[in-house]
Write a protein that binds this ligand. Sequence first.
Ligand code: FMN
Ligand code: SF4
Ligand code: SF4
Length: 653
Amino acid sequence: MTAIPTSDRPFSPLLRALREEGLARLAPKVPRVSLGMASCGLAAGARETWDALRAALAGRDTVACLVPTGCLGWCQKEPLVEVRLPGSPALVFGRVTAEAADQVAAWLAGGELPRAHLLGQYPAADRSDGQTQPTTPDPRFPAGEIPLIWDLPFYRGQLRWVTRNCGFVNPADLAEYVARGGYLALEKALARGPEWVVEQVTRAGLRGRGGAGFPTGAKWQAARRAPGEQKYVIANADEGDPGAYMDRGLLEGDPFSVIEGMTIGALAVGHCHEGFVYVRAEYPLAVERLETAIAEARKAGLLGENVLGSGFAFEVHVVRGAGAFVCGEETALLASIEGRPGEPRPRPPFPSEKGLWGRPTVINNVETWANVPLILMSGAQLYASVGSEGSKGTKVFSLVGDVSNTGLVEVPMGATLRHMVEVNGGGLSRGTRIKAVQTGGPSGGFLPASLLDLPVDYESLTGAGTIMGSGGLVVMGERTCMVDVARYFLSFTRAESCGKCVPCREGTHRMLQILERICAGGGRPDDVGLLEEWAWAVKDGSLCGLGQTAPNPVLSLLRYFGDELEQHVRDRFCPAGVCRELFRFGIVPETCTGCGACLRACPRGAIGGEPRQPHIIDQARCTLCGVCRDACPFEAIVVEPRSPADEGVNRNE
Ligand SMILES: Cc1cc2nc3c(=O)[nH]c(=O)nc-3n(C[C@H](O)[C@H](O)[C@H](O)COP(=O)(O)O)c2cc1C
Ligand code: SF4
Ligand code: SF4
């Protein structure tokens, strides 16, 4: 659900006027058709859907407001379209391709409802925009049961607080943001003062969403107390973890919440009139939407010399990062903004004492900033009532990998991994058994399926040998080789190590060499011990978080998947069927019915056999593509160790 926990109304005439304007746009007198046009939607063809919708509405002389929004979270169902008929609950449609867009327009013109694309509805109350249930239902609103989208498995148990506006508002429209409670928090902060703000953020128990989970209130207090006439705030939007896109989703869907959070933070820190958003250059749409939002806020007097007429001055600048993962580390980020090479430096001094250009600086993650207006709006007490003992509020995860439903999932802290994977994610997209989940990107670790009931909070994940990180959650099925995945992450951290310290530079290289050797079938008896030695040497001897956490994939491999590693080294066997030198496909004669499906599917003609007789794979022709395994309806094709006769068979042709 997304209900914003406040019923307050703004006091300032500016915000009141914006609110009215926004409400009128959110609930116009004609249908409002909004289309998710974040990166995920665009990748799924939202641009074509937009053109098709516009043409189809115009072609039928249907009057409607067509609005671009951010991502509603369910990326799997993109392009997502929401249609709100006047005075009616909103209907959400999924996979609205250009062809389906025509069907939506035809329905609005009086035709059939495109039921195949209808996902559900949400009640007007969820919008927090004053809209009431219809008194005279629009005749186009369908009769019969329509599920609430919050009851669908993907959204069940989610608490969409931070992402409450994503997919609902036009991210370029300040008035729509204000209509959803935007800038109420800043108004409160200006009225009650910096000490109150810091106290609220502290009492809420907000911890940094960028990885380490440092208490935000304490960080702000340190910067507030640090001597200095010029201080800064920074939003860290570097988001370099492979598979993670929570911050991109927020910036593309609700950039004003980050800007408002930073404005409040600047007020709280004191002597702070400038903020920076350090955003990776690979996020052009996020940059564009952020820049538009900054310009709109400035135009309205919510940034600039005299914020909300209070005399407080604050400006936000956007700085593009150049794609180095290490530049997400806060001291490397500072160096990068200053125009120096993006290399970490020792701490202390911490940025809150000596940050940008030597001045006290608060660096927070994008999601951390977006939580701030929410806390002030709802009150620290209500915010802190959600979550677990040491981890309050919600966390956004990008749920990817072998799950049926991928997307951005926001759950209360303390929700279980199982809930996210099996309910929100809808279980496995292929295969039958979840093997592992990986949290925290390259700095995180693997957790076996037996730990799926672990609550997701900072302490539980760290205790299990991984980290919350910024919210990447990769689900892996039984066809994933954990040794190969550890190799992949090591290849990432080795390439991204800045090379400043020897343990990190050398150690990631050596661990990668060992893993590559093992995956290629050349594992040596002492490799497992060597891996462990290097892992601890790198963890203990590195200067920054990149090096300190780079061994986590290796350490969790050793901790939870030691048998699989041993099989690679000792038995020269990759049971997942991934490491090409360490397995072959075979057909179990007792299971094979001789149906011939594999024979027909194999692109190399490597399978032979008579109908209704067990089939055989010619290993000399097999390229290990695995098409036959997918084609076999009886699971008769299995991964098995190679025999000496397979040596020298060229499988790359
Ligand atoms: C290699 C490395 C990369 C990092 N990348 C990010 C990032 O992309 N975004 C982020 O917010 N924090 C990142 N961090 C963490 C930051 O150093 C810092 O702790 C964080 O921005 C502080 O914000 P928070 O307190 O709101 O979490 C990274 C840390 C390391 C060691
Ligand atoms: S730990 Fe690695 S990334 Fe960090 S400063 Fe040292 S060499 Fe650079
Ligand atoms: S598809 Fe399976 S059951 Fe059918 S012939 Fe091939 S191995 Fe045998």
